[in-house]
Design a protein around this ligand. Structure first.
Ligand SMILES: [Fe+2]
Ligand SMILES: [Fe+2]
Length: 193
């Protein structure tokens, strides 16, 4: 369904499992960034009522995810560390067209968001399948389902409002770009690392 070019090396799940406190902190901040990103899109595109409605819902879900991760951190006696930089997302950001029309920027931002959801979904799936900890395995399965829904939401709005843009072509370009980028990842203890 997600059509990613490259699957994550399953050994990444072992690295994640061995560094679960670090993964949980990084993950918590990923959810915060996902919430902030949705609000930023709303801020720049307030004229689209359905987009605002659905992205408000999505932002709420991301905030809930942030809260859920924080509850797990507390329950396990860990502490939420400082915000982590997301190098993968920062590099993916470079794909976006700057200086084009408002609509082009909007479509790119939606596709960029869809891609992060797709990759996160793939990582959560891997964690849910590989991790021995039952509670976390179930947790990551549930999140995988939720992030897959977000992927669909972002792609859907890109297609709906990008009628004058070849959205499928742009998505294929992004898939290819991400496929190259992700080759240097999958080796460290962060959600997109
Ligand atoms: Fe999320
Ligand atoms: Fe999401």
């Amino acid at each position: 369904m997600l059509h990613l070019k490259l699957e994550t090396d399953p050994r990444w799940a072992t690295i994640a499992e061995e560094n679960i406190e670090e993964i949980l902190t990084d993950h918590a901040w990923c959810e915060q960034k996902a919430c902030t990103n949705a609000i930023t899109i709303i801020t720049h595109n307030s004229q689209y009522e359905d987009l605002v409605t659905d992205l408000l819902e999505l932002a709420k879900e991301e905030l809930e995810h942030f809260q859920m991760v924080h509850e797990i951190i507390k329950k396990r006696g860990y502490t939420l560390g400082r915000e982590r930089k997301d190098h993968y997302v920062n590099q993916l950001y470079k794909f976006m067209n700057k200086g084009g029309s408002h609509l082009q920027s909007m479509v790119d931002r939606l596709l960029f968001s869809a891609m992060i959801e797709a990759r996160s979904c793939e990582r959560f799936k891997l964690l849910s399948q590989r991790i021995k900890d039952k509670e976390l395995s179930k947790f990551y399965y549930d999140l995988m389902v939720s992030e897959a829904g977000h992927y669909t939401t972002f792609i859907g709005f890109a297609r709906k409002y990008g009628q004058d843009i070849d959205v499928d072509k742009r998505w294929k370009e992004l898939v290819a770009f991400e496929g190259e980028l992700i080759k240097s990842y999958g080796k460290s203890e962060t959600i997109h690392g």
